[in-house]
Design a protein around this ligand. Structure first.
Ligand SMILES: [Zn+2]
Length: 206
């Protein structure tokens, strides 16, 4: 793990030293514009992908970029992240970002893959409604197309789950919140975003 030691050293000497003024400016409070919900996958770098600076995005990550349906009895991290971002930090934009080759999406489709990891299996049940939508669209021309479609449907379902959260529902009702869905393709760097009017994910405009 020597790279970790070197990495922190390089951050302090090079990155921080060059941007010290910016870091001091954001040191005492945050007012992010965006709640960015994405997968915990190690290949996703939300700040790099969006060109964002410290203080601009409140990021919530978990396997599968999942937003559990709201349950007031459960002390869930995602519940707290969403409520805090909206009710305390006054964030008014949410992006749910899925990605290509997602292990969680694969696990939703093939529960036997996660049979030995019960906590993961339980978590992925939050994608059951996406699986139902997928089954309604069968058959697909290839397995790749099927997984790709589940990736999209999972993003759409997690966006819908957001509306079950009281802090989200209040803002939606007042027309004060936007929720967007993205799919990031790791091997091409492409991002597609869901266009509600077209009812499909479309390439990022040039
Ligand atoms: Zn993933």
């Amino acid at each position: 793990m020597e790279w970790l030691v070197q990495g922190v050293r390089a951050f302090q000497k090079e990155v921080f030293a060059k941007r010290q003024e910016m870091y001091e400016k954001v040191a005492h409070s945050q007012s992010p514009h965006l709640l960015f919900i994405t997968c915990a996958d190690s290949r996703i770098d939300p700040e790099l992908l969006t060109g964002s600076e410290p203080g601009q995005m409140f990021v919530a990550r978990n396997p599968g970029a999942i937003v559990p349906i709201y349950d007031g009895e459960v002390a869930a991290g995602m519940h707290a992240s969403i409520e805090y971002a909206l009710a305390v930090l006054a964030v008014r934009h949410i992006i749910v970002c899925g990605h290509s080759n997602c292990g969680a999406v694969r696990g939703m489709l093939y529960p036997e893959m996660v049979a030995g990891v019960p906590a993961v299996a339980r978590w992925l049940r939050n994608g059951e409604d996406a699986i139902e939508l997928l089954q309604a669209e069968e058959p697909f021309p290839s397995e790749e197309a099927r997984i790709r479609r589940l990736t999209e449907l999972n993003v759409l379902q997690q966006m819908r789950h957001l509306a079950t959260h009281p802090s989200v529902a209040r803002l939606l009702e007042a027309n004060e919140l936007t929720i967007r869905g993205w799919v990031y393709e790791i091997h091409t760097g492409k991002v597609e975003r869901y266009e509600a009017n077209a009812e499909q994910f479309l390439p990022w405009p040039d």
